[in-house]
Design a protein around this ligand. Sequence first.
Ligand code: F3S
Length: 391
Amino acid sequence: MVTLTAAEQAMLDGEDGDAARESMEILVALARIYGADRMIPVKSAQVSGVSYKTIGDAGLEYLRGLAQKGAKACIPAFLNPAGMDISQWKEMRIPADFAKKQIAILDAYSRMGIMKTCTCAPYFIGIRPKRGEHVAWAESSAVAFANSVLGARTNREGGPSALAAAICGVTPHYGLHLEENRVAGFVVDVRCELKSASDFGALGHAVGKLAKNRFPAFTGIKKAGESELQVLGASMAASGSVPLFFVKGITPEYRVPESAEAVVFTEKDLKEAKAGLDSGGKPQLVTLGCPHASLEEIKRIAGLVSTKKPTCEFWVCTARKLKDEAVRLGYAKAIENAGGRIVSDTCMVVCPLESMGYSVTGTASGKAAHYLPSLCRQKVVFGNLEDILYR
Ligand code: F3S
């Protein structure tokens, strides 16, 4: 039985308007399904369901309707990637009708006071919840990062529930908001060297498939920065819907009961995981930045391609704010001179890649490799940066 505060009950009774009432109805329904006893305030909401490719006309109409009913975010709320780069969609051959609908979706969110950050890595543009802070984030890799790397508390929200949390400022108190649920279900002892982000991506993709609603804890990983942990989490989220993981000595939390199953991950397993994601051949387009790249990563790519020009077209996907920084610092110029492009507001998976003339795409990301065949009808070339850019 969920107990509401007077203010929450007032919202449910429609005293704050129809949009707040509908949003609170969504949250109360979730609370009942998951057995939450109450709502808890959240400090921020990351809203998914932004690309016209994924939400279509029905999603656009739903958002327009909510905006018309006066829906307004009452906490900091920001968007996941949209279906196109707002400033260069024409050059990127995005169909005009798609662009029109995409702009209408962004307008609806804007009217609701939701920031058009359009990134799956808000933590790289200064939106970094503190350890223990409750938030309502929706994008699977951002959820994994917030819980695991930052130690914040969020369930894996859907687009509507994150939007409802943005409007009401609360979320049901269940799942990963409860300390006792943040415990590993199995331990992966990594007995091989992870030399590149694509190695972390392949490891994550393989481990995600073992998860079956359990959270993994890793031992044996000696070094991993935020970009590696980002890729690891994104891959597990893609292959196994994993919203929380632990890495011994690295992540802020590491809770493993003695009863946890132990699994060994060897060099052979890594090789097999990589081979399983790679269909071979030469890519027409290499897409980097899944999840969206940090400024450090953009700098590294700019340095690499300045010394040796890639053999194919390539994109580096990132947040618009970081693209602007990359322009200012000269990284964007270096990337353009090498035949590449910094793409912001969107990514290789949620843009209509299949309608833009590509059929073979290279990636170093386990998550992109997971989704490109089904969502974008692409043949995937998987490998580390140097491998896929110069194949
Ligand atoms: Fe982000 Fe797109 Fe990858 S939303 S995690 S870059 S599939």
